[in-house]
Ligand binder design. Structure first.
Ligand code: KPL
Length: 302
């Protein structure tokens, strides 16, 4: 059985910890060890546990086979790079966050170890610091980005243990598709202070088409050919399936937390510039979200 450590005890980190129980994972975080953590299943049932928890200052176990990094995109490099010298050389790393970007920095430091990327549409909400509620079914896609091929044991353990989890040969395509969903839904719901379902109104459709047509050109320049009508259909499907949800960006803005705008629309703008293109609608959304965000947050593309 592979030894799995989850770095980051936010809503998704805690959800994965509970779902991966058959593998007896460990949580790794900054906070002191909590005496008890709790989890509410989709059916309402609540479980409690004294967690297997490691504080970052205690270092990481030398027999770790897989490190799942589930901190926010803007925290990935600062949280992960200092740990790399401590990780055994065979240990695989899985980045699982909204948005894109950190994989480019991280891959420059991970050498031959398997670097996996993933995306999940499972819903999780932290009721309290150490109480997470599973709020919705969702699909998880995982695939390999760089390094020597991942061991079959780790791959099968993940696919068997996580609900609706699939291996993706070309994980970047799945990430661009998810990025399109986030580029449309997150900033628009945050700016209009509305639940996801409000974006089904006709007035938003042209704006959404504009956002994804810029994204599609940038993705094509990166060798990813995603179809605009498929992206639009997927976005509208998520709008309907999550109609009552508040997007993560709306919640971040409401709580005056740093948003993930740099890793979402900001990533499109930065990659557009790398290919001599522009993405003015996405750029405008970045600027408008930053105007609502804590003053320390800046556009990383300048
Ligand atoms: O991932 C999401 C988010 O809120 O960050 C979506 C898919 C938009 C669901 O709310």
């Amino acid at each position: 059985m592979p030894k799995v450590v989850i770095l980051g005890a936010g809503a998704i980190g805690q959800l994965l910890y509970w779902q991966l129980q058959p593998l007896t994972p460990q949580l790794l975080g900054r906070r002191p060890t909590p005496p008890r953590i709790s989890y509410q299943h989709l059916n309402g049932h609540i479980e409690h546990q004294a967690p297997r928890y490691l504080q970052l200052t205690q270092g990481i176990d030398a027999d770790t086979d897989l490190l799942i990094v589930s901190v926010k995109a803007h925290q990935v490099t600062d949280a992960l790079l200092p740990l790399l010298p401590e990780l055994p050389s065979h240990c695989a790393i899985l980045l699982l966050h909204n948005g894109m970007g950190p994989h480019l920095d991280v891959a420059a430091h991970t050498g031959t170890r398997p670097l996996l990327l993933g995306t999940t549409s499972q819903g999780a909400l932290r009721q309290k610091l150490w109480f997470v509620r599973h709020t919705g079914h969702g699909i998880t896609h995982i695939g390999q980005y760089t390094g020597v091929p991942l061991s079959q044991t780790i791959r099968h353990s993940l696919l068997r243990t996580l609900p609706d989890c699939h291996w993706q040969q070309d994980i970047l395509t799945a990430l661009w598709q998810k990025l399109a969903v986030n580029c449309a839904i997150n900033p628009l719901t945050a700016l209009h202070q509305c639940p996801n379902g409000a974006l089904a109104a006709a007035e938003f459709q042209q704006q959404i088409i504009g956002i994804i047509s810029e994204l599609q050109q940038v993705a094509a320049a990166e060798g990813q050919h995603v179809k605009q009508n498929e992206l639009l259909a997927r976005i509208n499907q998520v709008i309907n399936l999550t109609a009552n949800n508040q997007s993560s960006m709306l919640q971040d803005c409401r709580h005056h937390r740093q948003t993930e705008i740099n890793a979402i629309n900001g990533y499109v703008v930065v990659r557009a510039a790398a290919h001599g293109l522009t993405a003015p609608l996405n750029h405008d959304l970045v600027q408008r979200i930053l105007a609502l965000s804590p003053s320390s947050e800046q556009f990383l593309g300048h």
